[in-house]
Design a protein around this ligand. Sequence first.
Ligand SMILES: O=C(O)CCC(=O)C(=O)O
Length: 297
Amino acid sequence: MQIRQIEQPITSNTFTLSDAPDRLGWLVPTDPYQSRTALLAQYQAQGYLWLKGILKRDNVLDFRRRFFEAFADTGLLVEGTAPVEGLYSGGGKGRVSKILGEIVQWASYEAFCLAPEIWQFYENLLVGPVYLHKRKLIRATTPDDSCTGAHYDLTYLRAGTDRICTSWIPIGDVPIEMGGLIYLEGSDALGRQLEAEFSAKNAQMPPEERINAYNKNMSETGWLTKDLPLLANRLNSRWLMADYEAGDMVIHSPYMIHASTTNTRMTMRLSTDIRYQLVRDEIDPRWTANWSPDDKL
Ligand SMILES: O=C(O)CCC(=O)C(=O)O
């Protein structure tokens, strides 16, 4: 297990996690080439698998370069730097959303998300032909961005199977100081319990309302909270962090509670989060179109 000195305070929105070191830990890395039985057992026990080096680092970095090249004339990158570095200038965000809306439609992005290493991993784990959801998110985060609050993914995917898996893929190295995903240890069980409670509360609503992550029983964002230290305290748990490297992929269950931390560096944290499931399981129809900035999902 990875233990090292953290260089900067770890914060998420306005909350500081590193003030309570006993509430922090590290993700356990997994060798992606173990037997299915071992992988499944670990996935079920942890709610996540941090698959070290499952993707080819060079391919990941090549996509990082391509991604940032699309912003070459926007002022987002420090002038004169190589796009692959993803060095944030401190401004130039005016056209980001529009360009992201194009990038999610790129054939090369789809090909990246459909890397054989990924779909073959899922076919082995889930046993059967798999489906990649069309709605895929790609995020380039900077120190002035807000962080993702604590949530579990099924909140946003209630009209489909709960045997769905999320892949969170760092597109570049993402040490903890750069604000990658963090996971609440052992929270898959809590996510299941919370979702059962929401289902009971939402039962009388019309179907469209019942599956809505923002219905009147939920928070404005669908998040459980932004106060990550309080959540860990209440549940007597820890937030698990990692120093992700290009080539890694984390998969998590739709009940596993996770969030992100602040990127304290001017190097942008580029990542994509995509969802796979067995094609024969129910597919949430709201996720069958490309992400767009105003899809309200
Ligand atoms: O990358 C992020 O900040 C959030 C990603 C996320 O919530 C997910 O992968 O499910």
